[in-house]
Write a protein that binds this ligand. Structure first.
Ligand SMILES: C[S@@+](CC[C@H](N)C(=O)[O-])C[C@H]1O[C@@H](n2cnc3c(N)ncnc32)[C@H](O)[C@@H]1O
Ligand code: SF4
Length: 333
């Protein structure tokens, strides 16, 4: 699949739920969240059919996300099926980490079950090492569970574990070095993410924004000049650097300030209620659940994907007139 601007689409982010056990200020709207009724959520079978069709069209990488994907019942049986789909070579999951350490049957923790099921990499969100601030950001007191979940993920032997930290003034600008040290001690890849205006909360105000450039300056003032690593790619939007004199790689995701951000975009998103979104930062979305439930053939669904890719914008609207109509929690990041 190729869009009109030459982007080759090889990566599908699949959100399997809009529900979450946390309430991150930058992700959830302040008004009470109403979860979608079950009937409006794609079943696992429907999702797998769409993933198979996407794979037939050249998608090789899948990332399962949410809401919090590990809150959905039957997740392990679902993820088991993804690596069996011909063409899928890379399979990751994004999580807030709170449930990775949970014992799901005697002696088996969630992280181990996911690894066993064929998940190759996990991205865990961790914005701060300060337990109190963590509660303020996420609205929940799960810091210890997340740290335990990260340990469980390390123990489970994933090929790659990344930590994602959203940058927020007044919340975690003092955490850049502690998080870098935390990642170094565990040999994990840390990525700093610019806050994006994907929700309606007042946290997403310019005064709370920290650019990746500012974050990079803080890191460099501590460790020395970072060494760019243009050859290191994870199929995602991050720019990676090596910290001098140590074997540590960190990444920066700057959707707001990196003007080249969209140039290498290879992504399509499937929301849990069956909408295909060609771009996170555009209101465009197309309802594939409707034809799917109306009995569309594989050929028709393939054509649907191709039509959506044809409508992929050249770049996101975040810097211009983006109007959030769907919150991050309901897209999946
Ligand atoms: C929507 S979450 C879903 C997966 C999982 N619940 C988690 O927290 O990792 C995916 C990613 O989006 C990020 N995110 C959410 N809202 C954001 C925002 N306004 N700006 C930038 N990143 C955001 C989260 O920090 C997380 O890394
Ligand atoms: S960022 Fe993840 S953990 Fe936080 S509210 Fe959104 S979906 Fe939940």
């Amino acid at each position: 699949m190729q869009d009109p601007f030459g982007h080759r689409i090889s990566y599908l982010r699949v959100s399997i739920t809009d529900r979450c056990n946390e309430r991150c200020t930058y992700c959830m709207p302040q008004e009470l969240q109403e979860w979608l009724p079950r009937a409006e959520i794609l079943t696992y079978e429907e999702t797998l059919r769409l993933v198979r069709i996407a794979a037939e069209l050249g998608v090789t990488k899948i990332r399962v996300t949410g809401g919090e994907p590990l809150t959905r019942r039957g997740i392990v049986d679902f993820v088991c099926e993804i690596p069996k789909i011909p063409g899928i070579r890379s399979f990751g999951l994004s999580t807030n980490g709170t449930l990775l350490g949970r014992e799901i049957k005697p002696g088996v923790r969630m992280a181990e079950a996911l690894r066993e099921a064929g998940v190759q990499s996990v991205n865990v969100s961790l914005d701060t090492l300060d337990q109190h601030v963590y509660s303020q950001i996420t609205g929940r007191d799960f810091h210890a569970q997340v740290l335990d979940g990260i340990d469980a993920a390390i123990g489970a032997g994933f090929e790659q574990i990344k930590l994602n930290a959203v940058l927020m003034r007044g919340r975690n600008e003092d955490q850049l070095i502690p998080l870098t040290e935390f990642a170094a001690a565990r040999n994990l890849i840390l990525r700093f993410i610019e806050m994006m205006p994907v929700s309606t909360t007042e946290v997403l105000d310019e005064k709370n924004f920290i650019s990746i450039l500012a974050a990079k300056r803080v890191i460099e003032s501590h460790y020395g000049n970072l060494v760019p690593e243009p050859s290191f790619q994870t199929n995602g939007p991050a720019t990676y650097y090596q910290i001098p004199n140590r074997e540590q790689r960190i990444g920066f995701i700057g959707a707001m300030t990196n003007l080249h951000f969209c140039e290498s975009c290879n992504k399509l998103r499937l929301t849990c209620d069956g909408k295909l979104r060609p771009c996170l930062g555009s209101y465009l979305e197309f309802d594939i659940m409707k034809p799917l439930r109306a009995g569309a053939t594989d050929d028709e669904l393939r054509q649907f994907f191709l039509d959506v890719v044809d409508r992929k914008p050249q770049q996101h609207d975040f810097r211009s007139n983006y109007q959030p109509n769907r919150k991050m929690i309901a897209i999946g990041g």
